[in-house]
Design a protein around this ligand. Structure first.
Ligand SMILES: CC(C)(COP(=O)(O)OP(=O)(O)OC[C@H]1O[C@@H](n2cnc3c(N)ncnc32)[C@H](O)[C@@H]1OP(=O)(O)O)[C@@H](O)C(=O)NCCC(=O)NCCS
Length: 337
């Protein structure tokens, strides 16, 4: 079975290079009929991004059926360039439209973080000025700014980045996002997640389901159902700094406000507000009588369930005790529309 099929519309710079592509209805693991129909637009097999024109779109619309046929037909009127991407297998992407498709498969919740090969994407994602008039090549920005001013308008540059905000491509069901600029395309935002203003989700990262996110979910980090990230807390990414442990948070756990984790946390764990646990942090493991039973590195406690981490406010030592009061979700807080 092929990996993906998608018809997109996007933006190119003056040289005809792709800056970004929007796929309204990407298909994960398409039926053979879809891939067969792609031949009408010149698809010959393997992983291909095919520039479309009115003729190819018409041929595609004729070969397809249902919503994909409607999409191809409606794009015949597009003033912006259109593209068909068929991925037969999950290999390293070879073009900007392919990368945009892979990121959108994740944000459409069709693929979980780490579920698709994203190696080499930085080299294929151009750094773009994201403006109120869409994506603009940075080299062309000064001219566009001048043109806007001459029309008495302001060209607002919202960000300069390789990744756009997710919600300009897809707004997944059952989520609240207080500040959409804080969620990058390629984030997986689970049904029932609320992301407050301090919350952030990078690409290839996200939440499985109900979560209150007021801290940062770094690239590659996945947060389990029912877990909360307190205000300003941090999950350690692996993109810089030499860290190579993939961080995750289990189910029904809580990372306190201004706390942080450099180890994967298990289910029903709590990290005290303000405490940053790195992999090499030495931890006193206490028994029920608050006696130290052993001293371990935090990485030895990775993925273990029912732990409470805190910094002893008198001695400064970091302690781990059994978490008796695993967080109970405030259902009203988590209620989503
Ligand atoms: C670590 C934490 C979970 C402990 O909360 P708790 O389980 O309710 O524990 P309590 O505060 O009732 O304390 C239980 C006992 O441990 C002691 N204790 C708690 N934290 C301690 C610390 N850091 N050092 C020493 N003793 C501590 C208390 O003094 C109390 O002692 P006692 O048994 O003698 O009365 C809590 O302090 C915390 O940091 N929660 C995170 C909340 C948060 O950030 N939410 C997100 C908001 S955006």
């Amino acid at each position: 079975m092929a990996l993906a099929f998608a018809i997109g519309v996007g933006t190119q710079n003056a040289k005809g290079e792709w800056l970004e592509v929007f796929y309204q209805k990407p298909v994960y693991q398409p039926e053979a009929g879809l891939v067969e129909a792609a031949k009408a637009a010149g698809y010959e097999g393997g992983n291909q991004a095919i520039a479309l024109d009115a003729g190819k779109l018409e041929a595609l619309a004729g070969a397809l059926s249902g919503e994909q046929a409607d999409l191809a037909a409606s794009l015949k009127d597009s003033k912006a360039p259109t593209v068909l991407v068929v991925l037969e297998s999950d290999e390293q992407a070879a073009s900007t439209p392919e990368v945009y498709l892979k990121l959108q498969l994740i944000s459409h919740r069709l693929v979980k973080p780490h579920g698709i090969d994203l190696t080499g994407i930085f080299g294929l994602l151009p750094n773009v000025a994201w403006t109120n008039q869409g994506a603009i090549d940075l080299a062309e920005l000064p001219q566009k700014q001048l043109e806007a001013r001459m029309n008495g308008e302001l060209l607002e540059v919202i960000s300069v980045d390789k990744f756009p905000k997710m919600t300009d491509y897809v707004a997944p069901s059952g989520v609240r996002i207080a500040d959409t600029a804080r969620v990058r395309l390629g984030a997986f935002v689970g049904e029932g997640t609320t992301i407050m203003h301090e919350g952030f989700i990078n690409f290839n990262a996200g939440t499985a389901g109900t979560s209150m996110i007021e801290g940062r979910i770094s690239a590659g980090v996945f947060v389990g159902e029912g877990s909360d990230l307190g205000g300003g807390c941090s999950t350690m990414g692996t993109l810089s700094g030499g860290g190579n442990i993939v961080i995750a948070v289990g189910e029904n756990s809580l990372i306190g406000a201004n706390a942080g984790i450099g180890i994967p946390l298990g289910d029903r764990c709590t990290v005290e507000s303000g405490l940053y646990i790195t992999a090499g942090t030495k931890v006193n493991v206490l028994d029920e009588n608050k006696e130290v039973v052993e001293v371990v590195k935090a990485r030895d406690l990775a993925n273990k369930a029912d732990l409470l981490f805190r910094r002893n406010s008198l001695s400064g030592a970091i302690e781990c005790v059994t978490n008796k009061t695993a967080i109970e979700l405030n259902h009203e807080l988590h209620a989503n529309n």
